[in-house]
Ligand binder design. Structure first.
Ligand SMILES: [Cu+2]
Length: 486
């Protein structure tokens, strides 16, 4: 039963009651003690927590018990097929807490979380922070709790986010679940158990999700790391949009389906516990998260229409039929990879990737008669510390020291470093194999072949910082490899 509509923040007046009440509720939640599960800081700690990164840490903090922290904190699921359902659970509980707070403060019932559609190409201001998130005061002159200073430098909300960082080509991916073998990581992420952030990342989770995080947070802000992201009130509108894009993807094509695997549906290899708005502990499963209009969730989005124009790229996966007509992926074939780590810097760097001309015979050779094969660039085991922003990736550019604009056909995509520190083992909960991103570079390789700049024995991969002043003291890509796949 739908009781709430999550609205597009860019279509709301600057101080629409939804935003005004959000600001008041955030301020109220910020006054609650840290060990209160409905407090602002506790809610953010559910996503990630590390004491030495807590900007509000104080000697007067009363922390929850160690057992409580282990059960409820640092639970966010990343680089996993649980990314979408886990964040849906998280938003559901948070939204109910804000709604209850609004009522307590004398506001209307039924408050619902708005979403930030930064990918709306019909709105030139879509990539700017909505005004309610940077104005210093509310209309009555009191402080605005939605305005936080720990963000990337911005001019009237303009954080310099580019179209490539909010690209939604992931909506053309046919499969929810990737295989994590060097081929496509899936729209929703690869099959994992409980996973806080190692390994290949699903297409939606990389872009726009990760890019928007680091574009808003910059090189020191809250949004750029798991442990602080949810302390920024814009986090929740960003994730409402990611949650909406899940529904948009499902609506696009009848062949777009959620996993039917009971391991995913019941989270039988993981356990997701939250406090509901009344403070009761609940265990939720992805199976409960499939229909936003069910009794538990009770919401729908103002707009879930298909934003990709007619004739938009349809993934090759859609054409591959498996048993019973199911869409399947064949194992990817390695075309070549580096044998040493490549260090990233605050200036462009280039890695040489040796390719074996004879490798990947069937699909590699057939590449010229596309679309029978896809080409995937894997950036594996990216490790580092801090908040190093993001990189643009280019293949075989002419002037590697001065890479061209992101509109250049040699531009392969972005590498957001959201979560790199958590994935690198700098925090006790994780093993530390780093982030792994997979870029579908089929279109770039086709362009290079047509331009005569493709070399079957050597690939040059250039990494350029997305923003000046990014710090990357110990950031490296463990291995760079190229795969042919479906
Ligand atoms: Cu996020």
């Amino acid at each position: 039963m739908v009781t709430r509509v999550r609205q597009d923040v860019n279509k709301l007046p600057q101080w629409d009651p939804t935003l005004l009440w959000y600001a008041k509720a955030v301020a109220e939640m910020q006054t609650r003690p840290f060990n209160d599960p409905t407090s602002w800081r506790y809610q953010a700690a559910i996503h990630g927590y590390q004491r030495d990164q807590d900007p509000f840490a104080s000697d007067s903090d009363t922390l929850p018990s160690a057992a409580d922290q282990r059960t409820f904190w640092s639970q966010c699921q990343h680089s996993s097929w649980f990314f979408l359902p886990w964040h849906r659970m998280y938003l559901m509980c948070f939204e109910a807490m804000v709604a209850a707070t609004v009522v307590k403060l004398g506001g209307p019932a039924g408050w619902s979380l708005p979403y930030w559609n930064y990918s709306d190409t019909s709105n030139p201001g879509a990539r700017r922070l909505p005004a309610a998130f940077f104005l210093p005061t509310l209309p009555d002159g009191s402080a605005n709790a939605l305005n936080v200073s720990a963000r990337a430098p911005n001019d009237n909300g303009d954080i310099g986010m580019t179209p490539a960082e909010v690209d939604i080509r992931c909506l053309a991916d046919a499969l929810f679940t990737g295989i994590a073998d060097g081929g496509h990581p899936g729209f929703g992420g690869p099959k994992t158990g409980f996973n806080h952030g190692n390994g290949p990342t699903g297409a939606l989770e990389k872009t726009p999700h990760g890019d928007v995080h680091v574009a808003v947070g910059g090189d020191s802000g809250l949004m750029s790391a798991f442990e602080t992201a949810a302390l920024d009130p814009i986090f929740w509108l960003h994730h409402a949009n990611i949650d909406r894009l899940w529904q948009v993807w499902l609506n696009r094509l009848s062949s777009h389906k959620n996993p039917a695997d009971t391991t995913w549906l019941s989270a039988s290899n993981a356990k997701f516990q939250f406090h509901d708005a009344s403070g009761q502990v609940q265990t939720y499963t992805p199976a409960q998260m499939l229909d936003t209009t069910n009794t538990l969730l009770g919401y729908q989005y103002e707009d879930t229409s298909d934003p990709l124009a007619t004739g938009a790229p349809v993934s090759i996966h859609a054409a591959v039929g498996g048993p019973m007509g199911a869409v399947v992926q064949q194992p990817a074939e390695l075309a070549g990879g580096t044998s040493a780590a490549h260090a990233l810097a605050n200036a462009p760097t280039t890695a040489q990737v040796p390719l074996q001309a004879g490798a990947a015979s069937v699909r590699g050779a057939a590449l010229t008669s596309a679309p029978v094969a896809r080409v995937y660039l894997n950036l594996e085991n990216i490790t580092g510390s801090g908040r190093p922003g993001g990189y643009g990736v280019y293949l075989n550019v002419a002037d590697a020291a001065n890479p061209p604009a992101q509109s250049d056909p040699g531009f392969a995509g972005t590498l957001p470093m959201f979560g790199v520190q958590a994935a690198s083992g700098s925090d006790l909960l994780h093993q530390g194999s780093g982030l792994t991103y997979v870029l579908d570079v089929t279109h770039v390789v086709e362009h290079l072949k047509a331009a005569g700049t493709w070399d079957a024995h050597n690939l040059r991969v250039t990494f350029a910082p997305l923003r000046a002043g990014q710090k990357a003291p110990d950031l490296q890509v463990g291995r760079i490899s190229l795969y042919y796949g479906d």
